[in-house]
Design a protein around this ligand. Sequence first.
Ligand code: KE4
Length: 446
Amino acid sequence: MKEETSRKLYTRAVSLMPGGVSSPVRAFGAVGGTPSYIVRGSGSHLWDADGNEYVDYVLSWGPLLLGHAHPRVLAAVQEAAAKGTTFGAPTALEVELAQRVVEAMPSIERVRFVSSGTEATMTALRIARAATGRDRVIKFAGCYHGHADAFLVQAGSGAATLGIPSSSGVPAALADLTVVASYNDLVSVEAAFQRYPGEIACVFVEPVAANMGVVPPEPGFLEGLRDLSRSHGALLIFDEVITGFRLSYHGAQGLHGIRPDLTTLGKVLGGGLPVGAVGGRRELMEMLAPTGPVYQAGTLSGNPIAMAAGICTLDELRRSDPYPALEDSSRALVKGLREAAHNAGATITINGVGSLLTVFFQQEVRPVRSWAEAERVDRPAYARFFHAMRERGVYLPPSQFEAWFLSAAHSELDIAQTVQAAHQAFAAAVSGAVAETSSLRAGQER
Ligand code: KE4
């Protein structure tokens, strides 16, 4: 695998941008090595600046459910761009996309478009605080809701205690308002409500967690959150930035038959262009300016090119209904990965939901149902696996705690190539561990 051009670009980049990247995970900090500089994507494949081709399971972290450079999406983008790129004024395109969102998710009666998932989640939190007159928010350890201050908070010591900043620059006074509970643990949620009666504005949750690796909700968990939040006068907010339009055309809420009070969306909704959205019950959403007292705004919100990409993507999803085939592809991949890991003697757990999956590398096989269980993984083993797969033409998320994403463009050949590469990559992950252990042992004997 050649890297000289990526290496040269990276050297220049780090002299111009923090870490040489526009978003931290892209710097390969969790796996080491030089990031691949991508020059082109098409369908399920990527090409980097060094002439390497990959089967892509990052898909820009989720937006590309139809795959890279889908011809119909490109045509819609080109048609919109030819009429001007942005007006800062209403357009028919945002009305069309809003119509599709409201029709797709019955819990959404009104929707506001923004330009990222972070803007969507920070807006949803502001609405919840205004609607309830309360300041605290419950989030879950291991869930990620973008980089607004309120969400850059990690669990303090013990369950349901006040959050502590997980980032510099987040005031302790703000982190104090975020209570961190444990995913799939309703007792920790009840404890938070008991500890802060009448103070909690909302429960913020990824209905299928995908930022600690993929962790599905245990039966009854989401239903329990719906009941608990309602009984304590708090809003339930589903962060469907990843799951929305990916797990089904009606999101995770459609699969689970739960109506959250507010929903945040992004990624697939924009078809690869910058789009986020917050939506929900009319009386909540109309608290937003200009109809209500909650301010929120954005120069490029509802941008016509992004709206065109979103409309085309949702229409293509409704026309082609790729969801059954995505389930089949994912099932075939998981089956092949499990066989490859077994043959190599690798200790793993795979969590998968629809077109999302994570291979957790472990010291001993155990379920992964929360951050406390996810964080015990064998990160060096994942890093070895990541590089071994990249060397064999498979581009995985450069972090153990990110999801693998499949698209409607992933073929049976892609899956077969991935499984074949995995046989050798699992062996490399295991032998690397053995080599490391033996060198450690040799070091101890010296
Ligand atoms: P953005 O601001 O990155 O568009 O969305 C934030 C966000 C909100 N909610 C959920 C559930 C999310 O997963 C995200 C962003 N996802 C990460 C990947 N896990 C984006 C990748 C990155 O940060 O570079």
